[in-house]
Design a protein around this ligand. Structure first.
Ligand SMILES: [Zn+2]
Length: 605
């Protein structure tokens, strides 16, 4: 369901993209004005006063220099309309009058679709019933008082369509019967439960009701909370053809736009945490439905932002939940941050006591979740003893193995080795082995709001820029194996992709390259440089210059390293090493001079 690109042939996608004017499509959402070869406007994905959102008709891409949002016409529709790829393709195909090879629906499929619609309709009826009782019915009085006492105002109740399922066994059942609703369907989505032949009773009784919406603003299920003591405290709709709680985040439909605007999502534990923050004006927030954070949760959130902050309750179960949540993040190449609330608080109580600004400050100062988890894990063991060191390292190795970004991984390995007082090489060997086997492509850390590639080696970036803007130099890069000299893995990876594309098609187009890249930051990097003005200098000349700089940088680094070793050897009067390092140092000096001479010859050509 998620990705029909399997069913829509690539040629169709290319045809649709080629047939649309990107300017025309985006102009129906954003006011664009001409600026040089491109068009400019206020970015629809973050708040800004001066335009940093640029669209190129020729290249068929857009890029925001403010928030990094970027992509082609499909990405724009997906982001703006909050659609999946399949639906975005369909929408544009319809707009362009291009027919998609659609399989004729079988009577069976048609029946399933109309049944789904009916199930949504029943959920809506139930939500309205519960909502009405909460707002106006005598039976909802204690729920009204309860919400008031928890500081939830009526605007918030209305916006999130909160309700109350009254006491007794058949309040909703009666309502459904008077509406002539199929009770079998209502049972199907868990609103009522069967007892003896043909009889039912209400699942939700004496509970505050939280309808759970999907991105199309349809109700897929409910969460219900008891007011007084009672078990279970929270009760969700059972799994059904509409509802799968592992894939759902409470509040996402309401929060998605804010998440994109802030380029940050805050994850809290419960419905009331969500509501209190939302009401206090912190609206880039979501909550899982009483389940642990799962990989599907992170996959969904990643569509909106890579910057995620978790804020769990300041108690031992909150701490455990936070520890457990790390792995799904790492598996998605995301380094989340975390807020540790003052003891005894949850986000709800904190924001009510200290206000939105204090909460925002906590989020601003959030620390990497990985730091916290590693610290806590090591604390569990007596790491000043040998068995303690062994157990602690066994426990942290799987975490380290899942850090996809190479430099980030190295730094954490260093840190852990130091903390445990063990050899870095030991951890390295253990971690690397696993990581190689996994072979993960493109992996930038996702904590920084700017693409990390920007901090990569400058000359390497420049070479990729040339390859993207002047594809004809790709052959030269390939033939001379210049990419072998790269030290930034992400850039090298992208370079290799460009070479292979060029080798296949004899040219490259930005949109095709974007389609082959999965990492958001790499995508941003590509679109950003696609908008660079041509400086007019010969690309070949710049390429030579870059290679020269890379080689010179490398040999200088080696010379510096050798110098340090030499000084160390001198200090310890180790004469044999001294003369060895001196020789090496001299060789590197010669090498450096040779590279410099090489440069002069080529520049004179
Ligand atoms: Zn933007």
């Amino acid at each position: 369901m998620e990705d029909l690109s399997i069913f829509i042939p690539d040629e169709k996608i290319t045809e649709i993209r080629a047939s649309c004017s990107l300017i025309e499509v985006i102009s129906s959402y954003v006011k664009l004005t001409k600026a040089g070869n491109n068009y400019k406007g206020l970015c629809p994905f973050h708040e800004e006063k001066t335009p940093s959102f640029v669209v190129s008709e020729a290249k068929k891409i857009f890029h925001c220099f403010g928030c990094g949002a970027s992509g082609d016409v499909f990405t724009f529709i997906m982001k703006y309309e909050r659609l999946n790829f399949q639906s975005a393709v369909r929408q544009l195909a319809k707009r362009q009058g291009i027919s998609l090879p659609e399989k004729e629906l079988s009577p069976e499929q048609r029946k399933r679709i109309s049944e789904r619609e009916e199930l949504f309709a029943i959920n809506k009826i139930a939500a309205q019933f519960y909502h009405e009782i909460l707002l106006h019915n005598q039976r909802g009085k204690k729920a009204r008082q309860y919400l008031q006492q928890r500081g939830i105002d009526s605007a918030c109740i209305t916006e999130h369509c909160l309700g109350f399922a009254p006491e007794g066994w058949n309040a909703l059942l009666q309502q459904l019967k008077t509406g002539k609703i199929s009770l079998a369907h209502a049972q199907n989505i868990g609103l009522i439960i069967p007892k003896e032949a043909g009889h039912y009773y209400d699942r939700f009784r004496d509970r505050i009701m939280f309808p759970i919406f999907n991105m199309a603003h349809q109700i897929i299920g409910f969460g219900g909370r008891v007011i007084d003591a009672g078990e279970p405290k929270y009760l969700n709709s059972p799994e059904s053809q509409l509802f799968n709680k592992r894939n759902q985040l409470y509040g996402l439909p309401a929060a998605a736009k804010n998440i994109m605007q802030h380029n940050e999502a805050i994850i809290v534990e419960g419905y009331f945490d969500f509501l209190s923050l939302y009401q206090a004006g912190i609206r880039n927030v979501v909550a899982p439905l009483g389940t642990a954070l799962s990989v599907p949760h992170i996959v969904i959130l990643k569509r909106y932002t890579a910057n995620i902050v978790t804020v769990f309750d300041a108690d031992s179960s909150g701490e455990k939940a936070m520890m457990r949540s790390l792995m799904p993040f790492l598996e998605n190449g995301i380094s989340p941050r975390m807020v540790l609330l003052p003891s005894g608080h949850d986000p709800d109580s904190f924001v009510r006591r200290h206000g939105a600004q204090a909460f925002a400050d906590l989020v601003k100062n959030a620390i990497p979740l990985l730091d916290f988890v590693l610290d806590q894990t090591m604390k569990k063991f007596p790491i000043d003893t040998t068995p303690g060191k062994i157990h602690a390292s066994e426990e942290v190795i799987p975490l380290l193995q899942n850090i996809t970004h190479e430099l980030e991984r190295d730094l954490y390995i260093q840190k852990v080795a130091q903390a445990l007082g063990i050899k870095e090489s030991y951890l390295n060997a253990k971690v690397e082995k696993q990581h190689r086997a996994a072979g993960q492509p493109f992996s930038a850390p996702h904590t920084a709001p700017r693409p990390t590639l920007v901090t990569g080696e400058k000359a390497e970036r420049l070479i990729l820029e040339l390859m993207l803007l002047h594809p004809d130099i790709i052959a030269t890069v390939d033939e001379n194996s210049f990419l072998d000299e790269f030290t930034t893995p992400e850039l090298k990876e992208l370079g290799l992709l460009l070479c292979s594309r060029y080798g296949q098609d004899g040219t490259i187009t930005i949109t095709d390259v974007l389609q082959s890249v999965r990492d958001e930051h790499v995508k941003q990097f590509i679109t950003e440089i696609s908008f660079k003005e041509d400086c007019g200098a010969s690309p070949m000349k710049i390429l030579e210059d870059c290679i020269h700089r890379i080689r010179l940088g490398k040999v200088r680094q080696q010379r510096e390293d050798t110098k340090r070793l030499l000084q160390k050897a001198e200090a310890s009067h180790d004469e044999a090493s001294c003369s060895q390092f001196q020789r090496a140092y001299q060789q590197l000096m010669d090498e450096e001079k040779r590279i410099q001479r090489f440069r002069i010859t080529t520049s004179e050509n």
